[in-house]
Design a protein around this ligand. Structure first.
Ligand SMILES: Nc1ncnc2c1ncn2[C@@H]1O[C@H](COP(=O)(O)OP(=O)(O)OP(=O)(O)O)[C@@H](O)[C@H]1O
Ligand SMILES: [Mg+2]
Length: 333
């Protein structure tokens, strides 16, 4: 269905010099920097897959999505979506895809949502029957009813995102591209958006490509993930494998009242764990514990530490996508 081959995109930007004088110098300068935003990326995506496309800020995710959706033309390499080259055949491609950029809306600012939807119905030539069916699905899964008559500019972020999602799906596209669909949403709305995405995939067999910084999005939606860093593909495979390898390491930060001696902490021996699954770092009065949560619980660790030390405070840090990427990078998958 989707075939990306040796895809590259470079941006040419003026060299920037620091400070006020630098700004003037930059303005007149003819020196350019070439930034390889996407650097030789290849992958295939099958019909009906949900793929998480992840990476740190500036990794090149949005740039890839823009080329896949036809908004941007590659510097070299190619994208073929369902036999069409999106950036050469934008109109034809647009009929089969839906796009949501979480950072900005595609909706008409001043129109009530209901009118936006009927406009899109006409643009995409959706039949009355299909339109009815889809709208009732959206009413139910995305709970649009409450704000259907409000102009888009008055919607809250969560409402707007749900509206954007519905708008991208009105023509029942074969593929949807979601660039950070849960950014800035509260936990409850995030959960609703995820549920809707999941159901759309189940009911319509829609292929979904999703970028996010939220590991929970990935966890709930994607079996397969592609990780990119600095424009290059770092990993393509199952989420399960990655998690088994890297995701189960968790960090516990413990504030201890008195100075302590790191060499006297012998929990590895007590709990019979090697340093790969349990290790300690000292930062001033803070004890930082990295541990494999499959093998030991934070309460076990706390229990042993508290036997020997006065603990003032502690904090368990969730693993983020960025943490996993950093780990993969260090271990060079
Ligand atoms: N139009 C542009 N002109 C110049 N540089 C650009 C342009 N678009 C993107 N870049 C640069 O390309 C790199 C990749 O950007 P991109 O937006 O694809 O990252 P991203 O992975 O989506 O990051 P984020 O998680 O922050 O959204 C960045 O260094 C960015 O500054
Ligand atoms: Mg982006």
């Amino acid at each position: 269905m989707i075939k990306v081959e040796n895809l590259c995109k470079s941006f040419k930007t003026k060299k920037k010099y620091p400070g006020f004088k630098g700004a003037i110098k930059s303005f007149f300068s003819k020196e350019y920097i070439i930034k390889k935003a996407v650097d030789d990326i290849s992958f295939n995506i099958k019909d009906g897959e949900i793929v998480g496309y992840i990476g740190a800020n500036g990794a090149g995710k949005s740039t890839t999505i823009k080329m896949m959706t036809g908004i941007m033309t590659p510097s070299s390499g190619s994208v073929i979506v369902d036999g069409i080259i999106p950036y050469e055949n934008r109109e034809k491609n647009a009929k089969d895809i839906g796009v949501v950029f979480g950072q900005r809306t595609q909706l008409w600012w001043d129109l009530p949502l209901s009118e936006t939807f009927s406009l899109l119905k006409d643009i995409y030539e959706v039949s009355d029957k299909d339109y009815e069916e889809r709208m009732s699905f959206f009413y139910e899964t995305l709970e649009l009813k409450d704000f259907l008559l409000s102009p888009v500019r008055t919607l809250s972020l969560g409402q707007r995102m749900r509206a954007d999602l519905a708008a991208a799906l009105i023509h029942n596209p074969k593929i949807i591209y979601l660039d950070e669909p849960t950014i800035g949403l509260d936990v409850v709305v995030k959960e609703n958006v995820r549920k809707a995405i999941k159901r759309i995939n189940e009911i319509y067999g829609t292929t979904i490509i999703l970028t996010t910084h939220d590991l929970n999005d990935i966890e709930e939606l994607c079996k397969r993930i592609i990780i990119i860093d600095n424009g290059k593909k770092l990993y393509d495979g199952s989420l399960e494998d990655i998690k088994n390898k890297y995701g189960y390491m968790t960090t516990l930060e413990i504030q201890i009242k008195k100075q302590f001696d790191l060499s006297k902490i012998n929990l590895n021996k007590i709990l019979k764990l090697n340093t790969e699954d349990l290790n300690f770092i000292k930062e001033d009065m803070k004890l930082v514990v990295n541990f494999n949560k499959n093998k030991v619980s934070s309460s076990d660790i706390m229990f042993h530490i508290m036997k020997e030390h006065r603990v003032i405070d502690f904090l368990v840090k969730e693993t983020s996508v960025e943490d996993i990427i950093k780990r993969i990078y260090r271990n060079e998958v």
